[in-house]
Design a protein around this ligand. Structure first.
Ligand code: CA
Length: 375
């Protein structure tokens, strides 16, 4: 697949969850979602310079196996937040009409991704050593060569601090780890043996899109994703309804306890969990909340929903270009669903309208994807 332009970003001032607010020790107290959302300004190495879409990956003519997929009947729904818990990019709620589509019942697993790699020889972004000669062609003139230690194959891993840290500084718990990849999600000492049924992680957006294309599928639009997650429920906060994630019995793999220091694993899992570990939603889709964030097709802008206010949008595909006011030079794709790192104290990414944004070349230990197909 083609390499999109790369822009070297040396953002060592990693403002954690998007907002560049004064840092304070807030681990033990409530932080508003706007202050510390999961829309993290993650530690960056490289990011595409332009947010122009390579939408050729959205469509494919290959025959699709519907094994392990669910048919989602088309229809209309209210997209976006109607409660007071959302962040700016979740408003206003607006009406969306969608054609029907098939959706993977689970997040793509390590076994499924391994089959793709075996069949194609594909190398993920995290496994590629950045080539400075190539990179500098795509940089603003005069950008100095980055330190050699940054020009290595690497991906972002979660390193759990042993003391409370500012929740608005993601660099406290995310670090670039050479050798981390989908085969070694926590770094070179880790592996995925026995985890064939876990969601694949450490995949960049373009890796997910490449898998989807190989499978004859595509990544869901953000609207398709939310429609499927809601499973016919109206104005509910979660894929299962309104019951709090930590009430009743465990419904999703999230984080219980004081993030990021203490994971009480009340839900049974620290880190990712095998797919189908929790009940599916009413459409038969698993892990639409929690476990790992899921890449969708759409570019991110904070005000996209405002452009759709008062209209009925048919099969919306997101903004034409990305713009994140927190990091104007870094295009972002949307991720959905939250992860095993989400907790009410700072993220609540498992809310059905919540979204995160990441540069398309970023792999994360808590991010994977699932696919859809139109027919
Ligand atoms: Ca958990």
């Amino acid at each position: 697949m083609s390499h999109k332009p790369l822009y070297f970003i040396l953002l060592l001032s990693f403002a954690a969850c998007q907002q560049e607010k004064p840092q304070s020790m807030v681990a033990a107290e409530h932080t508003s979602l706007e202050d510390a959302s999961c829309h993290s300004n993650m530690p960056q190495r490289f990011a595409t310079l332009t947010g122009a879409a390579d939408d050729s990956l959205l469509t494919t003519n290959k025959a699709v196996s519907h094994e392990n997929m669910v048919w989602i009947e088309g229809g209309s729904f209210g997209m976006g937040a109607t409660d007071a818990e959302g962040r700016r990019d979740e408003y206003p709620a607006h009406k969306v009409k969608l054609d029907g589509f098939w959706m993977d019942a689970t997040e793509v697993t390590n076994a499924q991704f391994a089959a793709f790699v075996t069949a194609t020889g594909y190398t993920t972004v995290a496994e590629r050593k950045p080539d400075w000669e190539e990179l500098k062609k795509q940089l603003p003139p005069g950008m100095p060569k980055p330190a050699d230690e940054l020009l290595v194959a690497a991906s972002l891993t979660f390193s759990q601090p042993n003391h409370p840290v500012p929740l608005n500084d993601a660099s406290q718990w995310w670090s670039w780890t050479p050798g981390a990849s989908w085969r070694h999600p926590q770094g070179p000492q880790s592996d995925i043996k026995g985890k064939e049924n876990f969601p694949v992680t450490q995949v960049a957006w373009e890796d997910a899109a490449a898998y989807a294309s190989w499978a004859g599928k595509r990544l869901p639009t953000e609207a398709e994703w939310e429609y499927a997650a809601r499973a016919g429920l109206k104005d509910k906060r979660y894929p299962w309804g309104d019951e709090d994630v930590e009430a009743g019995k465990p419904k999703a793999n999230t984080w219980q306890g004081s993030f990021p220091v203490l994971d009480e694993r009340w839900d049974g899992f620290s880190g990712a969990s095998p797919v189908k570990s929790f009940n599916p939603n009413a459409y038969g889709l698993y892990d639409m909340a929690g476990n790992v964030w899921e890449w969708v097709a759409d570019w991110y802008t904070e005000d996209y929903y405002q452009t759709l206010a008062g209209k009925v949008s048919e099969n919306p595909r997101g903004p034409a270009e990305s713009f994140d006011p927190q990091e104007p030079t870094v295009p972002k794709k949307v991720t959905r669903g939250g992860s095993f790192m989400c907790n009410a104290s700072y993220c609540k990414g498992y809310r059905v309208t919540s979204k995160m944004k990441s540069s398309p070349d970023t792999g994360l230990e808590n991010t994977g994807f699932r696919c859809v197909a139109s027919n």
